[in-house]
Design a protein around this ligand. Structure first.
Ligand SMILES: N[C@@H](CCC(=O)N[C@@H](CS)C(=O)NCC(=O)O)C(=O)O
Length: 190
């Protein structure tokens, strides 16, 4: 099995956490630089992660996770867990938009509808996720917890979010920080 991604992507990190106990090859690409040609060869959607397992190619972390979980004989996610993933992905997608916009030279702190919508979505989802953490909904180290971890640690790493009022998310992150594979996939180490 070959996972194509990067050491900094939170979507890739969640799959690396899920694959922690598996043998696989990890291809680390700079998708906005010299790795872009290889990305073009592998995924027309031009996004990471993507997985290659023999003849089967799989795009998108959510589908990759389903593919791996099926192979590992794990139970499918419940509808509530699917909703957790949707919230995590919503915050993550908006945070990626903010990062790529500021890397494109746009001032994302301006009072513009498009950026206001992204910031509102990030805060609404993060508040809801923090409340779920407080209720114990992420107390097991399962795939949704791995996704939440990857999101929280990445927005902190990229300094994209003010954690005031959602400190439980940082407490959740700090609780798992020293776990071997978590520490080994820290984007700050790349
Ligand atoms: N829904 C996708 C999102 C993946 C994604 O957005 N990955 C980012 C890297 S963090 C990417 O490839 N971005 C490329 C781009 O937006 O051009 C998934 O879950 O795999």
């Amino acid at each position: 099995m070959k996972l194509i991604g990067s050491t900094t992507s939170p979507y890739v990190r969640r799959i690396r956490l899920l694959l922690a106990d598996n043998e696989y090859e990890f291809v680390n690409l700079d998708i906005y630089g010299e790795g872009r040609d290889e990305l073009r060869r592998h995924n027309p959607a031009l996004k990471i992660p993507m997985l290659i397992d023999g003849e089967q190619e799989v795009y998108d972390s959510r589908v990759i996770a389903r593919y791996i979980s099926e192979k590992q004989g794990l139970a499918p996610l419940s509808w509530d867990q699917e909703n957790q993933l949707t919230l995590i992905d919503a915050a993550n997608d908006s945070a990626v938009i903010l990062l790529l916009s500021s890397r494109s030279g746009i001032d994302t702190s301006e009072n513009l509808m498009f950026f206001n919508l992204q910031r509102e979505r990030i805060m609404m989802t993060m508040r809801t996720l923090a409340a779920m953490v407080d209720e114990g909904q992420f107390s097991h180290w399962n795939y949704p917890a791995m996704c939440l971890y990857s999101l929280v640690d990445w927005v902190d790493f990229r300094d994209l979010v003010d954690f005031t009022g959602v400190e439980s998310l940082l407490t959740f992150r700090d609780h798992h920080r020293d776990n071997g594979v978590v520490a080994g996939t820290d984007p700050r180490r790349s």
